[in-house]
Each structure stands twice: as structure tokens, then as C-alpha cells.
Design a binder for this molecule. Sequence first.
Ligand code: BGC
Ligand code: ZN
Length: 349
Amino acid sequence: MRGVTVRPRIPASAVLSELPEPDPSEGPILVEAVAVGVDGTDQEIIDGAYGWAPPGRDQLVLGHESLGRVLEAADVEGIAPGDLVVGIVRHPDPVPCGPCGAGQWDMCRNGRYTEHGIKERDGFIRERYRLEPGFAVRADPSLGRLAVLTEPTSVVAKAWDHAERIGRRAEWAPERALVTGAGPIGLLAAMIGVQAGLDVHVLDRVTEGPKPALVKDLGATYHADLHETDEMFDLVIECTGVGQLVFHAIEHTAPGGVMCLTGIASDDRSIPIDASAINKELVLHNSVIFGSVNAARRHYEQAERALAAVDRDWLERLVTRWVPIDRWTEALERRPDDVKTVIEIGPHG
Ligand code: BGC
Ligand code: ZN
């Protein structure tokens, strides 16, 4: 079977090649790959800036945003051949630490977790792979191949979940939310905010291409410049990782507001910041800024429900390119009207 492997930390080492069938030790659920989404983390791994091969090997199978169809699932409760499934990216550390022991591997405290396609565990850009029952989430069959958006949605489902929990430290009735960045993560974050009944505003620098309309058609408000509004936001979900924007967004966070950082920018230009002014701002306004990465099982389940509830045409428009696996390198090209790019591996119908 074919798959895309990379030698972590060696730039441009990713190749499509012949791989052995998945080892039964990967788990009892045998899956035929349908599609895998690509994101900035994959790009970083391909660039040689991130990623770890499994112990004792120098190659890692790439891909963590999966969707596949179950071929075999002997004696696995709740999963049957023919089901569409999404693999959970992170597995708990072997100790395990407190959060990992409680199924909250997204909150791992000792860094010894593993991640499919990223850290010490083979990923999903290969024709077949195996999953462990606790790490396979049944996709909503009505979503078809669009269920490939489950993993990125799980990441924002966690961000909202934690922002909400932090907000509830005091009387909390959020009305307005700001999402910075209208890439796939920002748009999916906006989707969840709109579903929660919030007045959602999305900031991105483009004025052309599909993003402004995607925001508008969600029922949210698009801004190409935050200076045009003096509105304050109860919640901010930051999805760009651009330092300048992060600090600009602080000025738009309402007293008692919560800001979640989810992005990491590829170009980390340093910017001068007035640390004392920020300190004062945060203290006097009881503000919270927190970081969020990855997702626990319940966030994948929340993601599944959120995706199933949104307009299907809108979701179709979010995936701007489906690239067949033989042309996988094209999936990593950045084209002007790209929102989400997905590699197609097998049939979904
Ligand atoms: C993935 C997360 C992962 C993170 C850091 C992201 O692209 O979606 O699941 O935890 O990278 O490795
Ligand atoms: Zn842990």
C-alpha cells in the first residue's frame, strides 16, 4: 500500500512510497483511508521544523486529520465494518500524568504523549491503518467525506469549552465574540460561536476570495480591520498566532473577558510590547488569556455534532481543494483562494 512518510527534522524529506500493511499492534480496528486534511503543522514537519519519528525508526507516516472507513472491527463495541471513523490524534503518556490518566490527554503535563503523524506515532496518509477502540470516533454518516473536518473542529471545540469554563468563574452571559483569522480554524471557531447564539465577528486581512462570504453566510460579521470598530468582545478566539494581532485583540477584550490563543505563526518576527501596560490592563479588568492545543475525546464528539448541524453547502465551500494522493504535493501548495485542502485517498461512498 502507499503512504506519505517524512524523516522528521530533515527538510523536504517527505515522499509517497510503498509501505507495509499496518501492524496488528496498532489496534484491532482496520481502517481504509478516505481522506486526510493538511494544516500548518504538516507544513512545519515537511519543512523539517517539527515532528518526531516513532522510537527506533527514522521515518514517520504523515497526517493527523483523518477520515476512514472501517474494514474490520472484531469485538469492538459501537464500531462496525462500513462505519466512517476519525482517529484521535493524541494518545496519553505512559506514566500517566493526572490529566492523561483521566482521559484528558490534551492537557498532558509531562510532554510524553504521542500524536499520530506528529509525534512518535504513525499518521494517516496511507491507504490502510489500524486504530484502538478508545481512539476511534464514529463520524456522522450524513457528513460523508466532510467528516474529515472533525479533527480541526475538535481543536476549536476544546478552545470554546475551556473559554466557557473559565468564563464561568464569575457571573457570565457572553454576547459578543471575536475570532481572529478566517482560515479553517477561525471559520470553524466562528461556526461554533454562532451555534452557541453569540454575535460573532471575524477579523482577517483579506478583502477578496472566499473568506468574507463564508463569514457572512454563517451569520457572522467580517472585518478586514479591527480599527474600524470600537466594539469590545466578551470572548476572543485567536487563530493566527501573529503577535501583533494578539496584542491588538487584548485592547478589544471586555472587562472580565476571556481570550484563547490557538495559533502559532510561522514567521515569528519580534515586536516590541509594553509589558507593564498589558499587566495593568489584565489586572484591572480581571482578564484571562490562555493557550489551547489538541482535544480530548469529548471534543471530537462535540465537533461531530457541530459539523452535522451546520449548513452542508457552507461546509462544502470550506474545503476548497480535494487533491488525489498521487498528487499529494499539490495539497501543500498555498493558492490564493485556498481555505482548507484535503488529500483524498480512497472512496467515501
Ligand atoms: C494538531 C493537534 C496537535 C498540535 C501540536 C495540531 O496541528 O491539530 O492535534 O496537538 O498540532 O502537535
Ligand atoms: Zn500526560
